[in-house]
Design a protein around this ligand. Structure first.
Ligand code: ZN
Ligand code: ZN
Length: 462
């Protein structure tokens, strides 16, 4: 089983600080939460993610001996970490830095970590594992998982938040077809796109151009999910499909189109609703999620997911209101970035819990929903929302631009925004951040950030 390590970007500075302090090697104890994936959508195999949750920097009593080229810790000092891990169902780990820049685990590291693994097995039993993280002065983070004394595997590392970085040892082959793109953002950008797992929720007016652009830009692992089928009234704004596809599932038709491009994209199309429990592995397998759905129930789920699993969600929206048959009062495209540290969609007043509940009712109990509409408890139905391809496609481009900034930092360190609004009728672009509502249990308090698997999922009572 493969294991991926997620380092929340908000902990990256603390991680570096603990790894480098003076000329001798130093480090920290680490505690990681778990995200078990029973079936990865691409490999169809189980996989797990471990999310860094706490760092406990080493004190003098934790260190047996240290020099610029070695560090040995006291196994006895590890006991309180194992206790904390057991209490919170976390995975214990050990982090250290190599100020020398040596890019690899040394023999001392092996001995040290074997002793820690033995301590864990003595306490917890033979199933105990140990995560080892290694920080290098020029940026890369290496990780490996000890399962047994002679069973150790290296793990890809994703730094995840308002910026995304990826460190792994997979062979880097240069894709010459992406040459022009690497001339803008550098070859690393292409490599990161190649290694990331991306989920796009929604294959409609914004989701279809976005998914096609992600594939063209070099994302190799994509999932598209949508519960709808193609209607003749969709063709004016869908990308990649035509009249022969009317009646087909939007996601499957889109996936088929992307395969036909011959770009080597491993795309999985899922005809379904992301809210259904059988699709949780799609969420948990993703390194980044785009939310291109216009329903509130799906947004509510993705909103919580971003915080619980430390996985960035990029939410897309287009709202059009009219003053008359031809006059537009407001036409606003929106891209909002969700990650621990940024306000959630509830605090930004973007998602409406009442409408989410109504949508849930419509999906689960259409009869009861119909009755409530008739009795006037729910303002259901209504006219379809207005839409035009220029604006839906533009919002997809805005989302891809923000994703590009997260990966490449092309606008500089201060170039990450939490929300972009494009007001088409002015025309004008605006940046807005907003603040968490101080009472919000999701985004104003960090208790649930990166907590990983919980029962029930996302601590939601369905
Ligand atoms: Zn070392
Ligand atoms: Zn909030």
């Amino acid at each position: 089983m493969t294991t991926n390590i997620v380092i929340p970007e908000r902990l990256a500075a603390a991680l570096r600080y603990a790894s480098f302090d003076g000329e001798n090697e130093c480090g920290a104890w680490a505690l990681l939460s778990k995200s078990q994936i029973s079936c990865d959508p691409w490999s169809r195999k189980p996989r797990e993610k471990l999310i860094l949750r706490h760092l406990r920097p080493l004190g003098p009593h934790d260190i047996d001996s240290a020099s610029p080229v070695h560090l040995t810790v006291r196994t006895a000092a590890f006991m309180h970490v194992l206790k904390e891990a057991a209490q919170q169902d976390l995975m214990p780990g050990f982090l250290h830095g190599h100020p020398s820049g040596y890019d690899g685990f040394s023999d001392t590291d092996d001995q040290n970590e074997r002793a820690l693994l033995q301590a864990a097995k003595n306490r917890v039993g033979s199933t105990a594992h140990l995560v080892s993280l290694l920080c290098l002065p020029d940026g890369p983070i290496r990780a490996r998982l000890w399962r047994g004394h002679n069973e150790v595997v290296s793990c890809p590392v994703t730094v995840s938040g308002k910026a995304v970085e990826r460190f792994d040892h997979t062979p880097k082959s240069i894709d010459k077809t992406l040459d022009r793109q690497s001339r803008v953002f550098g070859e690393t950008f292409n490599q990161v796109l190649r290694s990331l797992r991306v989920l796009v929720v929604g294959a409609g007016g914004t989701g279809s151009p976005l998914t096609i652009m992600l594939a063209r830009a070099g994302v190799k692992h994509l999932v598209t999910i949508d519960p709808d089928t193609i209607e003749d009234t969709n063709l004016h704004r869908l990308h990649g499909v035509g009249a022969p596809a009317i009646g087909a599932a939007k996601s499957l038709a889109l996936a088929g189109h992307i395969r036909s491009l011959g770009l080597g994209t491993h795309i999985v199309g899922v005809h379904g609703n992301i809210i259904d429990p059988q699709h949780r592995d799609l969420l948990k397998s993703a390194d980044i999620v785009f939310c291109a759905t216009d329903d509130h129930a799906g947004r509510m789920l993705l909103n919580r997911f971003a915080y619980f699993y430390d996985t960035p969600v990029i939410d897309l929206g287009l709202a059009i209101s009219k003053d008359g048959p031809r006059r537009v009062r407001d036409m606003t495209g929106r891209v909002s970035l969700l990650y621990p540290g940024a306000p959630c969609l509830l605090c930004r007043n973007i998602v409406d819990p009442r409408r989410a509940r109504e949508e849930e009712l419509k999906r689960r109990d259409p009869e009861n929903y119909g009755r409530q509409v008739q009795e006037g408890y729910i303002i259901g139905g209504g006219d379809p929302e207005p839409a035009f391809i220029a604006m839906t496609t533009s919002v997809a481009c805005m989302a891809l631009e923000e994703f590009t900034q997260m990966l490449s930092g092309y606008r500089g360190d201060s170039g990450n925004v939490r929300q972009r609004l494009r007001r088409f009728q002015i025309p004008e672009d605006r940046i807005s951040g907003g603040n968490p509502n101080p009472d919000c249990p999701l985004c104003a308090q960090s208790d649930d950030w990166g907590v990983g698997d919980t029962t029930p999922f996302l601590d939601r009572v369905a």
